[in-house]
Design a protein around this ligand. Sequence first.
Ligand SMILES: [Zn+2]
Length: 252
Amino acid sequence: MKFTKKQIDRYSRQIILKKIGVIGQKKLLKSSVLIVGAGGLGSPIAIYLTALGIGRIGIVDGDNIELSNLSRQIIFSTDDVTKKKTNIIIKKLKKKNPDVNFISFNKRLDSKNINEIAKNFELVVDGSDNFKTRFLINDYCLKNKKILISGAISKFEGQIYTFNFSKKKSPCLRCFIPEMPNNPDNDNCEYDGVLGTLGGIVGSIQANEVVKEILNIGDTLCGYILIIDTLKNSFRKIKLNKRSDCSCNEKK
Ligand SMILES: [Zn+2]
């Protein structure tokens, strides 16, 4: 793979970084990331991953755009309401960076389709809004030894956790939350509310962690949860311990 002049120009501010360079940028362009959910988190995640040059991006979401989405799902406009999220997001992102190959999955991720959808992606970014999907993605990534970068937002707060299941010591979501909460289908934003900026704050950190995981630079969040309270401006990084009685031990 040889960069064109335009590519060198486009990625120049990243190539100049010692921890990225030409080799790192090429690695990003050769990498593949699946984004689950084209919502409050999925919008900024997809925008940044496209702009910074992830070569292959899959986006899975079965919803249509609603007026109540617009306060936080910043890629959508008022005249996009009622249209399919994946169609609109990919149409807009294609204009942003022609180097990126997009794959659209206009459906809700479930236990029947996850293998087919996720199999050709090395890393999964979870921007879903319910526990059922989060547990599904956790179990899939654990089984297939993939990297999972998950985010959640509610009210003025956000959480990000990363599991790198290629590493034996990595805990999983079930180490942290052994039982699925009572309302697994609940969309937190719908019931508790959320400030629009939270998607940008948490989604941007998730996109940042994607780059760090792919390039293996810095201290990643693997095995930690980052809890953000924007009212207090507090960022707390808490170690998640692997539970010896968790089902993730059996599958290793
Ligand atoms: Zn576990």
